[in-house]
Design a protein. Structure first.
Lengths: 322, 539
């Protein structure tokens, strides 16, 4: 017993640093170590039980004329052993899982941030430079990637088996996860939260690209975007940013006021002021919605951090909604 | 089937009966019917998975199939067979009572259960077929045009039925034990049922509330689960799993008890570590309420809550391990007779340990971040719950078959089907662990082509398994009418229910027995034919 405890203590010391001392944090590597230890321990348990089961079944099979088995009702020492040993094993694994989980949650400072929005049935991806893709996630190899995840309609979950990570996409909330692309390649991402008829088809491609390739792709995309007129660009932004989840462009009220004919209209604010919606007001309404709340609505619109150029494009587009 | 009315037990007598043994049989029949339906649905789901792209059923129909398969198997087969059939059959007989505390309430419980079944069938035949998964997560269950209301009403009726049963059986066990039947002499099956009903009592009000709010959101326009109006869809999952996780132990605790009865009887040995068995049962019932977040490890829950509940989940392995090792120790130096119930019990142990240790994998927070909602989880709960507990149900049905039908089942057929079911289970579900680790999510109507060969193994396994199940069903039905007549105690068992005729008279005990010993008094020196060294020590 004593020897076992020492063994357990040593292995505990042994497995903790293997998590903490990894040169570069990559949860997948720690996951692999963690899973290996887990798999070895539990396979051993299963083999032990099954071997005993078979052995006892053969060895103590009733022989002709044999009466009852031995009169034993328990054994305190044995019972303590098989309470304590499993306890030590699960504590060992539990401490290790805690350490690995911490890696999963602590996003490196230099992470490249993407916004992903699930919808029935696909994924919208927004990059820091305003690039947008659908069902396609392009990431640079060697840079940690943080994904801010939300959903447009029902629950979804974004799962990339290659990076051993998944998180729920929840409407009205943002969750996150991060991963470190280590090898260039194309990997599959799945939706793992049941979301209706298209659930099984809600796949996305993750393209891990070498840094140079990635930059080339960004540059090319930007060129194409620059060729758009402000109004076209604005429409793309409004469609892509989920504004239409709360606003209509047809004149009906929704969670927020309609965007139809907003430019130049007179707006009554919740503090009683009455103003004319000019460019400045519209741009503020988007970047700092809490500043002026329209009367009769709740202050639930999230602030959008957009470039001046994008704000301008949206305003230009809203002007056309007569 | 009671003595006075043997030969003319008309339909009317069954419908108006308050006899716990008859009610037990009616539970068994109802749940076996739904079990059969669940198997038929499983066949269709499996068959369609022979090739990617599922040519047999479309995605919409597939969603309906797995919803009904899941709800049916959990709510109408597993839970009722243990808390309906076994609880009714065993509790009064094992504690030495003539019936339960409130026989009429007991009948009402059963008829609520039937009402729920009718409701569920209506949900199937009315437009808007149920495609929400047995879990019914909002917002999808609110947005879809499926007939969520009938499902919710069915759950309400099931809940009412189970709550009434819980009050009834807890009262019975606490107050109606025969003189001398101390807590320390109670059968482990009764302890298991006791734990199960404590869980029902505390858990069901929570899930009933959860689904009621779902109904309000869907039909009255409230926003409990609507994030854009200040509600939370994840709240539903917390409330749902607060009951639905312990519900696993509503099934497992009685099953553990039944396995203990069988292992002890056929090893002709006292159950090893009776006290630690009882403590383990109660510890699981208690811990079961503190681990529901393991179903929400990837749902944006606070990090600290995930860690705490991960550690608590792992702790459940300890009392569960105690049970497994105690069963093994009971077999050690036993005199084991491999009648079908014992075979099933042994098969259960090995399958259950596969399911149990993979459950540790799910419980390990970091591992779960990968395997959550993949086929790994499907493999886990089909081994630890579906297959294991169905094996126990069959073991128990065969074990007490002589008692409740007065006839013997077909031993040979039961043994053959055991092997078919064991091999089928392993083939059908073990490959799912591999698929899950390779990233294949659950509840997918189709799958990427690279998984085809592994899927095909599970399809073949599934068909073998289902064949085994149908053979067992045939065995049960045939033997109930045409089996050999049984004696009062065909297993030579020591527990109270075997001291009365098979089937027991409607009043069970002619005079209420006075209990002087526990239920597992095997290997007592005066009865053992061969003296073993341990017996000398015991003197
Ligand atoms: Cu989905
Ligand atoms: Cu659970």
């Amino acid at each position: 017993m004593k020897r076992f405890l020492t063994f357990a203590a040593v292995s505990l010391l042994f497995c903790l640093p293997s998590v903490a001392l990894a040169e570069e944090v990559d949860p997948v590597k720690s996951w692999d170590n963690h899973f290996r230890l887990y798999a070895i321990l539990v396979t051993a348990i299963w083999v032990l039980v099954t071997v005993l089961l078979i052995y006892f079944s053969l060895r103590y099979r009733r022989k002709k004329g044999q009466g009852d088995g031995a009169s034993i009702h328990g054994n305190i020492f044995l019972e303590i052993v098989w309470t304590l040993v499993p306890f030590i094993i699960v504590v060992l694994l539990g401490v290790q899982t805690w350490a690995v989980f911490q890696e999963y949650r602590k996003v490196p400072k230099n992470a490249y941030e993407l916004n992903v929005q699930g919808f029935m049935w696909g994924w919208n991806v927004t990059y820091p430079d305003g690039i947008k893709t659908t069902n396609e996630l392009r990431v640079p190899v060697g840079t940690p990637v943080k994904v801010n995840l939300t959903s447009k309609d029902v629950l979804h979950a974004f799962y990339i088996p290659e990076y051993k990570v998944q998180e729920e996409a929840i409407p009205g909330r943002t969750t996150y996860f991060w991963f470190l692309p280590t090898k260039a390649g194309e990997y599959r991402a799945y939706c793992t939260e049941f979301c209706g008829a298209g659930h099984s088809l809600m796949l996305a491609e993750v393209h891990a690209m070498d840094k140079a390739d990635f930059q080339a792709w960004v540059a090319k995309y930007k060129e194409a975007a620059a060729a758009l007129s402000p109004v076209e660009k604005g429409k793309k932004l409004v469609d892509g940013l989920g504004c239409l989840g709360c606003h209509t462009i047809t004149g009906e009220k929704s969670t927020g006021p309609t965007l139809k004919g907003i430019f130049g209209s007179s707006v009554v604010l919740s503090d009683g002021r009455k103003i004319i919606a000019n460019e400045e007001y519209i741009e503020h309404s988007i970047s700092e919605p809490k500043r002026d709340i329209v009367k009769g609505y709740s202050p639930i619109m999230p602030p959008y951090k957009l470039s001046d150029e994008d704000l301008h494009a949206i305003t230009e587009y809203l002007k056309t909604l007569k | 089937m009671t003595q006075e009315s043997a030969g003319r037990s008309g339909l009317k007598e069954w419908i108006f009966t308050t006899d716990h043994k008859k009610i037990a049989v009616m539970y068994l029949i109802t749940s076996l019917v739904v079990f059969t339906l669940g198997l038929l649905l499983a066949i269709v789901m499996k068959a369609g998975q022979w090739s990617p792209g599922n040519s047999l059923v479309g995605p919409k129909l597939y969603n309906v199939l797995f919803t009904i398969h899941g709800a049916g198997m959990i709510l109408w087969w597993m839970i009722p067979v243990f808390t309906g059939f076994f609880a009714n059959l065993l509790v009064p007989l094992m504690i030495g009572a003539r019936d339960v505390a409130f026989p009429r309430l007991n009948a009402l419980s059963f008829w609520f259960f039937v009402g729920a079944t009718v409701m569920a069938v209506l949900a199937l035949v009315t437009p808007g077929r149920l495609d929400i998964g047995w879990t019914g997560y909002p917002p999808y269950s609110i947005k879809t045009d499926a007939n969520t209301s009938l499902y919710v009403f069915a759950v309400h009726l099931l809940g009412a039925s189970a709550l009434a049963s819980a009050v009834n059986f807890l009262t019975t066990i606490i107050t109606m034990r025969a003189p001398g039947m101390t807590w320390g002499r109670l059968n482990l099956a009764v302890w298991g049922i006791f734990g199960a009903f404590i869980i029902q009592l505390f858990g069901i009000p929570v899930i009933a509330g959860a689904v009621t709010l779902l109904l309000f959101d869907k039909y009255l326009g409230t926003n409990f689960y609507n994030a854009t109006m200040g509600g939370s869809p994840i709240l539903y999952q917390h409330l749902f799993w607060f009951y639905a996780h312990p519900a696993v132990y509503v099934i497992a605790l009685p099953a553990f008890g039944i396995v203990s009865e069988i292992v002890s009887t056929f090893s002709r040995k006292k159950i090893f570590g009776y006290t630690s068995m009882v403590i383990a049962l109660m510890a699981i019932a208690f811990l079961g309420f503190d681990v529901w977040i393991h179903h929400l490890f990837t749902k944006g829950v606070e990090d600290w809550a995930r860690i705490v509940q991960s550690l608590l989940t792992l702790l459940i392995a300890v009392p569960t391990g105690i049970k497994v090792f105690n069963w093994l120790a009971t077999m050690h130096k036993g005199s084991i007779d491999f009648k079908a119930p014992m075979l099933y019990a042994v098969g259960f142990i090995t399958l259950f340990v596969i399911g149990g240790v993979t459950g540790i994998g799910n419980g390990l927070l970091a591992i779960d971040i990968d395997v959550h909602d993949t086929l790994w989880v499907v493999a886990h709960f089909h081994t630890v719950l579906s297959m294991s507990m169905t094996m126990v149900a069959f073991a128990g049905i065969f074990f007490w078959f002589p008692k409740f039908t007065g006839r013997m089942y077909n031993e040979r057929l039961a043994k053959i089907t055991f092997w078919i079911i064991l091999i089928g289970s392993l083939l059908a579900f073990v490959p799912y662990f591999k698929l899950g680790l390779e990233g294949m999510p659950r509840r997918y109507w189709s799958y990427p082509p690279e998984f085809t060969s592994t899927y095909r193994v599970t399809v073949i396994g599934g068909f073998i398994l289902i064949a085994g199940f149908f053979m067992t069903l045939i065995n049960i039905v045939r033997s109930a009418f045409a089996g050999e007549r049984a004696t009062a105690n065909p297993w030579n068992a020591k527990s109270l229910e075997w001291t009365i005729p098979s089937p027991p008279p409607s009043y069970n005990f002619e005079t209420i027995p006075v209990i002087t010993a526990g239920p597992y008094e095997y290997g007592s020196p005066e009865e053992g034919k061969k003296a073993l060294p341990e017996e000398a020590e015991a003197f």
